[in-house]
Design a protein around this ligand. Structure first.
Ligand code: ZN
Ligand code: ZN
Length: 410
């Protein structure tokens, strides 16, 4: 990939993604395999006036080695210094940028119990940091770049070099970062969300009934005073706009944690912690998953659901038009950042507080009492299809079809 295109992509993360302001601390989460691009992002952040740019390096090879070879007892403890490390930067209002992109099979063959145990202790220990991110108290943004193993997984029939080039093209196209001025393109993209978000917020539906040809037939109660959000967020502390995800094609809101009923059939595999869950479905009763099965890696799905009570309930319902550029490419990315923007999806686990009026200022107990879900996890999975239909059900029982054959029709 040409350096000029990479530079524009790095600038997009700093300017549109995190919207770094002069004098701010910037923390960049980056794998060592992405070091070259990570340093470009670092330079862009300093150019934007960052007071300090902190690199939070990680290494996929070492992560796999640890899960395979470390002593079993280390998976039940999370280092206190890392908790303090997050707090240090949270207290300073840091902007968190993350460069994602890993082998989808990175943790294949690892003992799922080790993954589950460590995810749990890490989730508990980093709960204050997660809350700061999810309430937009700190601004944050994530994008992805290829690794050789990821590229070969997506494009198995070409050479590694060709696969990497193809994945770069698909990523930049999907992230609307392939034009002459990606930052301007993102401003225009943002404007397109407003109309739909306003329509749905005006309707304030009580519930959605979603059906697909794959067999999904699910009625999802929406939390009272829910808010549809799409096309970026606003920093809670300083009102500075930002885009948490590059790409983003979804508009999403908060389900009532007690009111999902019916069956949902996934339309794409779910890559979770280096394992691919395939051919899965779940049945909900009164908001709770009461039955589920998967053709492949069912144990990974069990691990997610058994994390806590909230992991068996819904924290997000998101609608994506079938005409989104990522959906149109018809590529399975094996990466949630891209795949969730190709297809309508649900998330098991924690709800975003800003999907409820005044939610950013509510304590967790109050959010839960109002119908918002709480959990250590937030896992998105895709169920949207080109034939998906959504009916909005008002409090008086009247019905409005606003999404049909995979597209918004209102
Ligand atoms: Zn989403
Ligand atoms: Zn989500």
């Amino acid at each position: 990939m040409e350096k000029s295109k990479l530079m524009k992509y790095a600038q997009l993360l700093v300017k549109s993604g995190g919207n770094v302001q002069p004098g701010q601390v910037v923390v960049i989460g980056c794998g060592v395999e992405h070091a070259e691009f990570g340093r470009m992002v670092q330079d862009c952040a300093y150019d934007a006036g960052a007071s300090e740019v902190v690199m939070d390096w990680s290494d996929d090879y070492s992560a796999r080695a640890k899960y395979l070879r470390a002593d079993s007892k280390i998976f039940d403890e999370f280092p206190q210094w890392k908790v303090d490390w997050y707090k240090h930067y949270d207290d300073r209002g840091a902007v968190y940028l993350r460069i994602n992109g890993s082998d989808p099979d990175l943790l294949a063959g690892v003992d799922p119990d080790r993954l589950r145990r460590f995810a749990k202790v890490a989730g508990v220990a980093t709960r204050p940091h997660s809350a700061i991110m999810m309430s937009n108290t700190c601004r944050w943004s994530v994008l992805a770049i290829p690794t050789p193993a990821w590229a070969k997984k997506v494009f198995p029939d070409v050479t590694e070099a060709e696969a990497i080039e193809k994945l770069w093209d698909a990523i930049l196209k999907g992230a609307r970062a392939d034009g002459a001025d990606p930052i301007a393109d993102w401003e225009a993209h943002k404007g397109n969300f407003a109309e739909r978000v306003n329509y749905l917020n005006g309707k304030a539906f009580d519930a959605l009934r979603i059906t697909t040809g794959l067999g999904t037939d699910l009625t999802i109660g929406l939390a009272k005073n829910h808010v549809w959000v799409g096309g970026g967020d606003i920093g809670k502390e300083d009102g500075v706009p930002f885009f948490p995800n590059l790409p983003t094609e979804e508009i999403f809101t908060m389900p009532d944690r007690m009111r999902a009923n019916g069956r949902v059939v996934a339309s794409m595999p779910l890559s979770h912690q280096g394992n691919l869950i395939e051919g899965f479905e779940m049945t909900f009763k009164d908001g709770l998953v009461v039955d589920y099965k998967a053709d492949k890696n069912q144990e990974t799905l069990s691990n997610i659901l058994s994390m806590d009570e909230g992991a068996k309930r819904l924290g997000e319902v998101a609608l994506v038009a079938d005409s989104s550029p990522i959906s149109r490419m018809g590529i399975l990315f094996y990466n949630t950042l891209f795949d969730e923007n190709a297809s309508s999806h649900l998330a098991l686990g924690k709800a975003y507080p800003n999907n409820m009026q005044g939610g950013d200022d509510m304590e967790t107990d109050a959010l839960v009492a109002a119908g918002g879900n709480d959990s250590l996890v937030h896992v998105d999975f895709m169920f949207g299809t080109p034939d998906m239909k959504v009916v909005g059900i008002a409090a008086d029982g009247s019905e409005t079809v606003f999404f049909e054959n995979g597209e918004f029709i209102k």
